[in-house]
Ligand binder design. Sequence first.
Ligand SMILES: NC(=O)c1ccc[n+]([C@@H]2O[C@H](COP(=O)([O-])OP(=O)(O)OC[C@H]3O[C@@H](n4cnc5c(N)ncnc54)[C@H](OP(=O)(O)O)[C@@H]3O)[C@@H](O)[C@H]2O)c1
Length: 294
Amino acid sequence: MDASAERAGPSLREMGYDPGHRRKILAVVPVFSDLLRMYENTPFCLKGRTALVTGGSRGLGREMAKILARAGAEVAICSRTPAGVGEAARQLSAETGARVEGLVADVGKRAETERLAKEAVARMGKIDILFSNAGWNVPQTAESIRDEDWDSLVELNVTSSMVLTRALAPGMVARKWGRIIYTSSIMAFVSTPERPAYSATKAALHGLVKANCLHLGAHGITVNCICPGPFATEMPMSILSADQQKRFADRTALGRWGQPHELAPAALLLASEAGGYITGSILVVDGGVTIRMF
Ligand SMILES: NC(=O)c1ccc[n+]([C@@H]2O[C@H](COP(=O)([O-])OP(=O)(O)OC[C@H]3O[C@@H](n4cnc5c(N)ncnc54)[C@H](OP(=O)(O)O)[C@@H]3O)[C@@H](O)[C@H]2O)c1
């Protein structure tokens, strides 16, 4: 008979307590600790660090949040959908054994982005690592861009990164350590006729990186962009036709789409001590698509 179940009486069992469950959990603990040990005593270890990842409930943000948690960080993820972000936080915590909190915010709205920064600090105590990752694309050619779509892409793809940096950098300065990473895109370097707004907003992030890394570097803070190429997430899959998806894969050197977890190691490099001398960089992770001429 399990002692704690005996002490608590039958009500715990009625509530679904399964004495065997604890043994199952204990069996899983070594897996967690093996994962954590993978980074322990390496420059990739993030023990004692806290991170905020916007757009962390699925796609690339989820994988970035996961690797940070695996490396020992406490992580807050945000998205607009309460159920989605709550479930993602629960799953990430179960998968990594780390504390992962789900916060609800639409970072396409300035007031909500400002509130998110405050809430993240209040919930986590501090934010050492900012991954401003949430972004979207509305394909429209030059003569068909609607004002409201342009404004919403600027707000989400660029302004949210400025607002979060403005709000969270002072704490990093005070602690003399910080990592700020924006998710850009290879579409900042190359483009298509339907992507003026997307390319312009992603290229704007490169300007933010350059100015902010010069301003914050003396305080032990690095500022970088990650530029993903084609990664198989909801965003490109919902926008591109099957034929476009195939053509995109064919243009990469590797001949395939990237899987979201394949971006994560680059994220960990930029977030950890290992990337301590990398700042002002635009890190391209694209399966070799951008360098192809023909
Ligand atoms: N996938 C690619 O091939 C690719 C290539 C280059 C660059 N990128 C960039 O990578 C980033 C992530 O893209 P992804 O492919 O991972 O997209 P995704 O799979 O569609 O995931 C987007 C994430 O962002 C959240 N989100 C969307 N709008 C938001 C908002 N206004 N406020 C807060 N959260 C929001 C979503 O949750 P909710 O919908 O619940 O809010 C979700 O968690 C974007 O900046 C994108 O431009 C992606």
